[in-house]
Design a binder for this molecule. Sequence first.
Ligand SMILES: NC(=O)c1ccc[n+]([C@@H]2O[C@H](COP(=O)([O-])OP(=O)(O)OC[C@H]3O[C@@H](n4cnc5c(N)ncnc54)[C@H](OP(=O)(O)O)[C@@H]3O)[C@@H](O)[C@H]2O)c1
Length: 263
Amino acid sequence: MTAREPVTILTGASAGIGMELARVFARNGQRLVLIARRGEKLAALAQEIAAAGDPEPVVLALDLQQPGMADKVDAELAARGLEPLYVVNNAGFGLVGKAHERDRAEQLEMIDLNIRTLTDFSLRWVDTLARRQGGILNVASVAGFLPGPGSSVYYASKAYVLSFTEALHRELKGRVRVTALCPGPVRTEFQARAGLTAADESGAMGLLAVPAARVADEGYRGLMAGRRLVIPGVLNKVVTVLPRMIPRSWVLEGVYARQRRRR
Ligand SMILES: NC(=O)c1ccc[n+]([C@@H]2O[C@H](COP(=O)([O-])OP(=O)(O)OC[C@H]3O[C@@H](n4cnc5c(N)ncnc54)[C@H](OP(=O)(O)O)[C@@H]3O)[C@@H](O)[C@H]2O)c1
């Protein structure tokens, strides 16, 4: 039997942080499998990567909110003689507004993508990743350290990603590298998808914002170094420590005040 070629599976590669993660992994010689819904954006990125002389990525246009996507990706890899060395779970979205006032179906779709698919993709290839001494990079958020009134389901979804990924890091220690990447605010398509305007974000972004390319670079290096947690930006690190030092009721009021300013 011929050995399969190792690849990096990257979800949410058509925009923002995912697009920058693709560039970092490609620059470091990894062949990518780029996944998102917008196939034309993925194809353009694949072309850019190949034109730079890096391994030409495979493009899979898939809606990861649907069930069974890990099995589908696995079948696509097998048909091409590929298998994962790294899995990067980056696809995700947020919604701003009171949970009971927002569309419930859309919030459940967020859980399908941010939690269900991420969990499936994290567990699907563990044996292969262990054999190849590879890794899993899960994109959580600074929001995962806080309760998030005004964006409750999103914050809770990222608390899940953070808790699950840190636990998996411990369970797979010495076999598979597992890293949670926790960005603070990053200017991407995320804000418009969440229902925010540029005016909403002008103040909030300010000091905490870190460019997507830097977030991707730190995530890549953290994964390769086997780190459990990567939080780009000094002030964002402070934001993750503060909730452990002040009463929970203050944290709730502080986050709620910020989210209300954004609406
Ligand atoms: N930007 C921030 O301030 C920030 C802060 C902390 C954490 N994060 C996290 O970082 C990750 C990337 O966010 P971003 O800021 O780069 O957002 P973005 O610019 O909106 O990119 C999101 C990516 O996810 C993909 N995606 C969304 N729904 C999908 C679906 N149903 N199926 C397949 N792909 C889907 C999108 O592609 P298609 O639309 O083509 O499907 C896109 O490639 C997310 O997990 C987010 O929660 C972002």
